[in-house]
Design a protein around this ligand. Structure first.
Ligand code: BG6
Length: 462
């Protein structure tokens, strides 16, 4: 097809430190909440019996093998690679005054390797992990002091990598804290809504302060937020279903509202009032929140339906809960596949905020089979990504400003929600199974050549 992707469109892929690096206790790294979540992010971080198996301790050994992996991304023509910095490599406990030089040096080398191929690092400051010591001794984001610890960490990495990293994100899927308060916020399981929103407030202030520090230290950089976005369709055309869809969308739009507009939106005030939520927000907090992001970023995997009918509110899915849509099929993990939903979402966010958008996660988790000849014919993955990219193109043609697209897990990694290797997203297969067996050898799948072609033709091969 003839496409209109901009010539400087940032094609690439996205990773997260705790799902790829391994080397969990190497180079002075402290233990993070993720190191205490061997079963995935929907289970609280608890101190585990010694020796309990955690796939992420080695993950795909990216810490040692990144030169080989980046060479493969370069072979596909990546213009950008999104990954995160593990906060615990820089500040192992989180509350130190002085950073860990070995951790800083690791990311210097990693970013240099990307830049060698002209791959722009797109760096998430916090991707589903924080120093476990901050949770244990301070109560995580429930404690206002964590804002200061995060600001110190963010400032350290902005200063250190100011000449290497020009695209930054603050907190990964910041809205998922509403469903899993222990993962994003380090709060105890079952925390009250009041406690969750207070901790969310601290995180929003920390994000805004990081944005401010980034603007000051790296004026030519762009910094965005990151929200797990999920469009909701009214299950029927009953007006109550439409209102329920709007209510559900506002749960995550709230984060864009604060981070892109710099203040709490009016719609949340009623919700707070009805649920007796009263937040402690200082005048300085309000001032800090006014420092807004340069672009909006989000993950998009699926859409859902919304209904006001309580009997039909049976939801499926493991991170974001979904009410099945009769017009859509779903992945093996029950995530509903909806390419047109991505076009709708891009238009919706553009209409609402008029800021550039960056799709920083999208992809299909699937079980792959190695054929007798050693090949992996992942046509299902090609179909999923192709259909979504066609819709990105449609949105661009609609007039939406899209900076780039980084599909999730361009190399197989440990899944975040279920902590397994069987759920694979990659163009590159990694020989490791759910029990940690395998050589860690890398192998190109059929989709590798497909994505290479898409990038080489600027999307014309879609
Ligand atoms: C997002 C996360 O929720 O979805 C990633 O930002 C995660 O960390 C991705 O890996 C896909 O989820 P999963 O559970 O299939 O790995």
């Amino acid at each position: 097809m003839k496409t209109t992707f901009p010539t400087d469109f940032l094609w690439g892929g996205a990773l997260a430190a705790n799902q790829v690096e391994g080397a969990y206790n190497v180079g002075g790294k402290g233990l993070s909440t993720s190191d205490y979540q061997p079963h995935g992010l929907m289970y609280p971080a608890t101190e585990r019996p010694a020796g309990e198996f955690n796939l992420k301790e080695i993950a795909i050994d990216f810490y040692h093998r990144y030169p080989q992996d980046i060479a493969l991304f370069a072979e596909m023509g990546f213009k950008t690679l999104r990954t995160s910095i593990a906060w615990t490599r820089i500040y192992p406990r989180g509350d130190e005054e002085v950073p860990n030089e070995e951790g800083l040096a690791f990311y210097d080398a990693l970013f240099d390797e990307m830049l060698k191929y002209g791959i722009q690092p797109l760096i998430t400051l916090s991707h589903y992990e924080m120093p476990y010591a901050l949770v244990k001794h301070y109560g995580g984001w429930g404690n206002r002091k964590t804002i200061g610890f995060f600001e110190r960490y963010a400032t350290t990495v902005f200063e250190r990598y100011q000449h290497k990293v020009k695209y930054w994100l603050t907190f990964n899927e910041i809205n998922v804290s509403l469903f899993s308060c222990f993962t994003g916020l380090g709060l105890p399981e079952g925390s009250s809504e009041q406690a969750v929103y207070q901790a969310v407030h601290h995180q929003l202030v920390a994000s805004a302060r990081a944005v401010k520090a980034c603007h000051r230290i790296i004026p030519d950089a762009k910094i965005g937020n990151m929200v797990a976005a999920m469009p909701y369709y009214p299950l029927t055309c009953h007006p109550d279903d439409l209102l329920e869809a709007q209510r559900k969308e506002r749960e995550w739009l709230f984060f864009f509202d604060v981070q892109a507009r710099g203040d709490y939106p009016s719609h949340i005030q009623r919700r707070f009032k009805e649920r007796n939520i009263e937040l402690e927000i200082s005048p300085q907090d309000r001032e800090d929140l006014r420092e807004t992001i340069d672009f909006l970023s989000f993950s998009y995997y699926m859409s859902s339906c919304a209904t006001a009918d309580k009997d039909k509110q049976q939801a499926t899915g493991n991170i974001l809960k979904m009410i099945p849509n009769p017009y859509l099929s779903a992945s093996e993990w029950g995530w509903q596949i909806d390419p047109a939903g991505l076009r709708h979402l891009l238009n919706q966010l553009w209409d609402r905020y008029q800021k550039p958008l960056f799709i920083v996660e999208n992809g299909l988790g699937a079980k792959d089979r190695i054929e007798a000849d050693g090949s992996i014919q992942d046509d299902y993955r090609i179909a999923y990504l192709n259909d979504h990219l066609v819709q990105v193109h449609e949105a661009i043609a609609d007039g939406v400003e899209v900076l780039g697209y980084t599909c999730w897990g361009p190399i197989d990694i440990v899944s975040a929600s279920t902590c397994e290797m069987s759920k694979r997203y990659g163009f590159i297969h990694v020989d490791r199974d759910d029990h940690g067996e395998g050589t860690l050898q890398r192998r190109r799948k059929k989709s590798f050549g497909w994505y290479k072609q898409v990038i080489a033709t600027g999307g014309e091969s879609l």
